[in-house]
Ligand binder design. Structure first.
Ligand code: FES
Length: 199
């Protein structure tokens, strides 16, 4: 077997194993999809009633709210803060500190681009620019058709594959801007449809 093909197989194997790691514990589809303010507050209240009114309950509560809605709706923040006797700014602070939490719904396909040092050096800024151009959204946003959402993280833990990105738990390695249209097309991308306006 040629050296190049051995390396290729090793990378493939690594990608497979990493896929397994990434898909473990991935959030299921949201149980409740509503934008109705009163309904959100009622559902959140039911979660709150199962927790102690103490600061240490904040993260478990946020997890349960996100599991229920697929993200933490802004309407949930005031009742959570009130129940725990803390400021809304503190809830916002926790939400923005942990990249796991989302304040807006994800697209059907979620793209996570690695912005860690190795990936940055190998071309993440160019990749992000091309993703912005193709999808018409910034990290933290979702396309108007709900098909794609975009985020960036500090390091995906596979620096040897830089620049790397993940779509729906699958790792794409050594991604170049030229490969992006084909990768996105695998997930239903149609040029011009997603890029009219950001959500
Ligand atoms: S810096 Fe991108 S995977 Fe580590």
């Amino acid at each position: 077997m040629r050296f190049g093909s051995i390396i290729f197989r090793l990378i493939e194997g690594y990608e497979f194993l990493y896929d397994e790691v990434l898909t473990q514990g991935q959030a299921d589809q949201p149980v409740v999809t509503t934008t109705d303010y009163d309904q959100i507050r009622a559902q959140v209240q039911s979660i709150l009633s199962r927790h102690e009114r103490s600061r240490s309950s904040l993260i478990p509560i946020l997890h349960q709210v996100q599991d229920l809605f697929g993200h933490v709706p802004p309407a949930a923040i005031a009742p959570i803060a009130q129940w725990l006797g803390i400021g809304q700014a503190e809830v916002h602070g926790v939400l923005s500190f942990y990249s796991h939490f989302r304040l807006s719904p994800q697209g059907r396909h979620h793209i996570t681009v690695c912005a860690g040092t190795a990936c940055h050096v190998e071309g993440t800024p160019v990749l992000l620019r091309e993703l912005r151009r193709l999808l018409g959204i910034e990290p933290g946003q979702r396309t108007t058709d709900g098909l794609f959402s975009l985020s960036q993280v500090g390091c995906l833990g596979c620096c040897a594959l830089a620049p790397a990105m993940v779509i729906d738990g699958r790792v794409y390695s050594n991604v170049s801007p030229a490969r992006l249209p084909a990768i996105l097309t695998e997930h239903g991308f149609t040029r011009g449809v997603q890029s009219d306006e950001a959500a």
